[in-house]
Design a protein around this ligand. Structure first.
Ligand code: FES
Length: 154
């Protein structure tokens, strides 16, 4: 249960997807069964971080997400209405979010490609980031992430 909000919901990543994604890293030195066991334990022990999404109409959605997830993945896993039309390919800008200065200071700065895509997004300000490029970890515990209007959402 989230330490900060009782209304947190938790929808974990599909365990099979996690194992399939990570398995190639281990297969050279371990048997498949050993690799699978290690990855299952890793999956079950992934730290969780609580963040609050604020939708365009002001609804607050406190969710608990696995560290290492992007903001876009966390939104989609928790039914937060974020478009993310290109799935993280940095071409659509529909994952535009606003994150306050204190939390932004904890983040890896935006890449040139992210800035180029943000230049074309709607209503950009100094708090703007692309949700598909921001990874959530425990440094962001309790952060508020505001969804920004896009051309598609109005
Ligand atoms: S999902 Fe398209 S730019 Fe982030």
């Amino acid at each position: 249960m989230c330490r900060r909000a009782e209304s947190c919901r938790y929808f974990p990543e599909d365990p099979l997807s996690h194992v399939q994604r990570e398995l190639p890293r281990y297969q050279s030195s371990l048997t498949s069964a050993e690799s699978y066991n290690i990855l299952t334990v890793q999956y079950l022990n992934r730290p969780m971080t609580c963040v609050t999404f604020i939708t365009i109409d002001g609804r607050r959605m406190a969710v608990q997400v696995q560290s290492g997830s992007t903001v876009l993945e966390a939104a989609h896993a928790n039914d937060v209405p974020m478009l993310g039309t290109c799935g993280g390919s940095l071409v659509c800008g529909t994952c535009h979010v606003k994150i306050g200065a204190d939390a932004r200071a904890q983040l890896t700065p935006p890449s040139e490609d992210e800035e180029d895509t943000l230049d074309l997004a709607f209503g950009v300000c100094s708090d703007s980031r692309l949700g598909c490029q921001v990874k959530i970890d425990d440094a962001l515990e309790g952060v508020e992430i505001r969804l920004a209007p896009t051309m598609q959402s109005g």
